[in-house]
Design a binder for this molecule. Sequence first.
Ligand code: XMP
Length: 325
Amino acid sequence: TWTAEAFINDAIREVRAQVGDKRVLLALSGGVDSSTLAFLLHEAIGDRLTCMFIDQGFMRKLEPERLLEIFRDRFHINVEYVDAVDRFFAQIDGVTDPEEKRRRIGHEFINVFETESQRLGPFDYLAQGTLYPDVIESANTNVDPKTGERVAVKIKSHHNVGGLPENLRFKLVEPLRKLFKDEVRNVARLLGLPEDIVRRHPFPGPGLAIRIIGEVTQERLAILREADHIVREEIRRRGSYDDFWQAFAVLLPVRTVGVMGDRRTYAYPIVLRLISSEDGMTADWSRVPYDLLEAISNRIVNEVRGVNRVVYDITSKPPGTIEWE
Ligand code: XMP
């Protein structure tokens, strides 16, 4: 029978045998897969692992700080923080089409990854948090005809990332490739990952940029980040984080009329998207208690300048999608 303990011991042995004294690069996103991979590889090869964390500027409030605090300060894992906030923003400035936003973010990710891996390298291996379901539908790897090893031609971190350039065809280290998601979580726990990472909701690679409908501006990003933070604070406060597959806010690029004191306001509406799901392929809007909706709504309207209305999305998937873009 499968146990997380036996898996970890075998994986450490296999990684050491595969990598020898070479260096390994890992693109760390803060999600459960790449985080578990980082902990596992750190056990196996210590400082010969370099994690690259590219901050695109579209993460949730306090998440970049939290990630560095855990990996670097608490667990002494080698993390290179790449501040690419301005670069990514410049790429999507004025872009309104959802797929075009994704394409540009994915493309910029490759550019930054390429530059930084050359600066930090050379690396022989690229570690990827490929899971068993990814292997089954895998079109993102090739087999090197000479050595039989899998080599990366794409990076997994985003759905829509373009191909890797020829000179970046790393050999792959994929110790999680036989695992399902729930097994990854068990491995993560045993490796000592904090519970908030182990149980983290899925978060899209392009992040908050696809939760601002249409044009992303600094003002909208700041507003959405605060509103989103309140959603999470309120569901955590009630101990209901695990009741949801995802729980987040979306900003609509329109303004509606409201009233505050004796003044008329004209500001953005925020959509709440709270859903349950098994795998993200289908999803149901969550029948949450009214008092939770009320608490979130009151706090957002009172605390976030620029928002005067909160609405609740009662569309399941299908026919809706989980994200609004
Ligand atoms: P949809 O909106 O298609 O989302 O119902 C299904 C799941 O996929 C996530 N998602 C993404 N993840 N890059 C990602 O890494 C993306 O561009 C992207 N779009 C959607 C979404 O959060 C949900 O979990």
